[in-house]
Design a protein around this ligand. Structure first.
Ligand SMILES: [Zn+2]
Length: 278
């Protein structure tokens, strides 16, 4: 999965530090990120790459996290003019980045950027927010409101009926492949209750024997995704939620194609079912 970058280690505890020339800098505009292009390949820009194109001026940036000894920073000001070397691309590029550990850094940075961009002003009194000096948080100097980084919990479930797996494609998923039922956890419910509700809402069926398998951070939707298995209970006739689901089916184990488990928990769970590991 995207966060499995061993032997590299992410250090996401809060710190204040200055960038080295070899550290990486993130700059986002909406859903796009600044990349350094070298011929056909793109990677994250380092401070020295930006400085070389910027007459040695380092942009105003703050520390986000490190992976091993390499630190990652974020700036809100465009640090270079766009040209053949510096381009903006969709953050979706991080899903299949040439160097997967930098892809994970990108997904995590885009999550933090998504949180920072909506917390410029205090939601209580409307005053300007300041960056907290000791924690990853924003604080209001007027009313002392503190806002910590936010994670939206999501559940995903591999529902089986004997040798068949319930697979589906969301309307908003541009990839023409079947994955699993998933959804955001609602206020006031447990992860297991969210699994039961999502399957009932989206597929119109009941499930039993819900079992937690594993989890993954998924910065693209500001999420932490918890993965489960479950078994069909009763009638397996599907009544799909047509405003959310494009298609759904019970797929025989032998008919499931191979999925690459290196990116998402969805593909991992499908692969585990296909190989009879669930
Ligand atoms: Zn306030």
């Amino acid at each position: 999965m995207i966060h499995e970058i061993a032997p590299r280690v992410m250090h996401n505890e809060f710190r204040s530090q200055f960038p080295l020339a070899t550290d990486y800098l993130f700059y986002f505009e909406g859903e796009d990120v600044l990349l350094f292009k070298n011929g056909e390949s793109s990677t994250l820009p380092t401070f020295e790459k930006i400085a070389a194109d910027n007459e040695g001026l380092f942009p105003l940036a703050h520390y986000l996290f490190s992976i091993d000894e390499t630190a990652f920073f974020l700036t809100e000001k465009k640090p270079v003019a766009l040209n053949d070397s510096f381009v903006m691309e969709s953050v979706r590029c991080f899903r299949h980045f040439a160097e997967p550990w930098l892809g994970f850094a990108g997904a995590t940075a885009s999550h933090l950027w998504g949180w920072e961009r909506v917390n410029k002003f205090c939601g209580v009194c409307g005053s300007k927010m300041d960056r907290h000096k000791k924690e990853r948080a924003f604080t209001c100097s007027h009313c002392e409101n503190i806002v910590y980084s936010r994670i939206a919990p999501v559940v995903i479930v591999a529902v089986n009926s004997g040798d068949k797996l319930l697979m589906a494609r969301n309307l908003n998923n541009s990839i023409q492949k079947l994955f699993l039922v998933s959804g955001f956890v609602d206020v006031g419910e447990s992860l297991e209750e969210a699994v039961v509700r999502e399957v009932k809402e989206e597929m119109g069926i009941a499930i039993k024997n819900i079992r937690y398998i594993t989890s993954q951070p998924w910065g693209f939707s500001n999420s932490l995704i918890a993965g489960f298995t479950a078994e069909l209970e009763g009638d397996g006739t599907l009544h799909i939620q047509e405003d959310e689901i494009a298609e759904a089916a019970w797929v025989e184990r032998k008919d499931i194609p191979e999925y690459d488990p290196s990116l998402s928990i969805s593909s991992l769970l499908i692969e585990m079912f296909r190989k009879q590991q669930l």
